[in-house]
Design a protein around this ligand. Structure first.
Ligand SMILES: *[C@@H]1O[C@H](CO)[C@@H](O)[C@H](O)[C@H]1NC(C)=O
Length: 383
């Protein structure tokens, strides 16, 4: 079972402690006063006005919130500031909100599968296409992200300068390299770009020489995915829509997800915790001398078990207090490996040494998945 959305946001929120609790409470109170005065650019919708608004605005973002939710109070002034700025945008970008805690609006929350607050969704084409908002939560970031969301799903790269300005070293970027900007491959690529645009940035080009990394002598058409981890560039030639989505999904998670205070890792952590696959988590103190040897052994293990249905995480004890609480772990157990299988069953090995990691993982696989020697030959080879 996947971990609930509420817990995931808590796990991540606690990884980055921005300011002491007292200061935060004060800040929220001030923000509350600020938003209560003056005309709001954010549309307030309810069960009666919702469908009409969706039909009227070709591009609308809706925040489902609850009055008591702290994160909602924090985002409110940022959301309002973004709404003011974006109301002048052409084409118009409408920001709206719904009090999903109000009994009257509960059916809306159910219909749109709202599991935690705040949840922001993007409604396009009269609600025919609904996507989760996955952008930043402060005004500048919201504005930038949403401006991108109303433009084309994929931008053409016509020069190395285009590539430099579009491809961010710290983010995943997906480029289709074509011989012509038409045909089945191009159409399928654009369909996937439209579908996944709230998760990733897309571009297309006729010339691989414009692109920064990887082999420029390519046999077109080709999809090239740039990423800030592991092998940095990965290609695929399968333009089937489902295959393309699968390729993007599989390539866009690091072999080992890092749980530390770096916010760049949050999208990957989110995917990790949302996944219903089995999870292996190694928690230790990143500041200790043995960290590097743990890391190299663990990455080796992730490579060795890459075809297994298991995802890997390495977590710093300094950033993962919430995870310790959630999984019922104690600090004096580190370094520890915890496996949570697909049925939420847990397997724990405390005070693990680097050279025990691989054999312990094998033990886990053998005792849990091998009903007979024949279906686990692969694993027995190592024992
Ligand atoms: C992690 O290790 C550093 C260096 O040895 C130490 O100062 C710090 O207290 C440790 N953190 C925890 C939570 O044990």
């Amino acid at each position: 079972m996947a971990i609930s959305k509420v817990w995931i946001s808590l796990l991540l929120a606690l990884a980055v402690v921005l300011s002491p609790p007292a200061a935060r409470a004060e800040e929220a109170a001030e923000e509350g006063i600020e938003t209560a005065s003056g005309a709001e650019a954010v549309l307030t919708l309810d069960a009666d006005s919702f469908d009409e608004a969706v039909a009227k605005h070709p591009f609308m973002v809706v925040e489902f919130y609850a009055p008591w939710c702290g994160h909602c109070k924090k985002i409110a002034p940022e959301y309002e500031k973004a709404a003011q700025e974006l109301s002048k945008h052409d084409p118009p970008i409408v920001l709206a909100k719904v009090d999903a805690n109000d009994d009257k609006n509960r059916p809306l929350a159910t219909k749109y599968e709202i599991q935690g607050f705040p949840t922001l969704k993007i409604f396009r084409n009269q609600g025919k296409n609904i996507q989760e908002y996955k952008g930043p939560r402060e005004a500048e970031g919201i504005i930038e992200y949403l401006k991108k969301q109303v433009g084309p799903a994929s931008k053409e790269i016509k020069s190395p300068e285009d590539a430099t300005s579009l491809i961010d070293d710290k983010k995943i970027y997906i480029v289709g390299i074509f011989t012509e900007l038409s045909g089945t491959e191009f159409t399928n690529f654009m369909e996937v770009a439209e579908k996944l645009r709230s998760d990733y940035d897309f571009g297309h080009t006729l010339d691989a020489n414009h692109l920064p990394r990887g082999d420029a002598v390519v046999k077109k058409p080709l999809v090239r995915l740039f990423k800030p981890f592991d092998e940095l560039v990965v290609d695929s030639k399968d333009f089937d829509v489902a295959a393309l989505e699968k390729f993007i999904d599989a390539s866009s998670t690091p072999k080992v997800v890092t749980f530390d205070k770096n916010p760049d890792n949050h999208p990957y952590l989110l995917k990790f915790f949302e996944s219903s696959a089995a999870k292996a988590m190694l928690f230790l103190n990143f500041s200790t001398g043995s960290f590097e040897s743990f890391k190299s052994v663990y990455y080796g293990a992730a490579e060795e078990f890459k075809d297994k249905e298991i995802k890997f995480l390495i977590g710093d004890i300094e950033a993962s207090q919430a995870a310790f609480q959630y999984f019922g772990l104690k600090e004096d157990q580190v370094p520890l490996i915890l496996i949570q299988d697909g049925n939420s069953k847990k397997f724990l090995k405390s005070q693990v040494e680097p050279d025990q990691i691989v054999s312990w993982l094998k033990e886990y696989f053998v005792s849990n998945f091998c009903t007979s020697k024949s279906n686990c030959d692969y694993l027995f080879l190592f024992i």
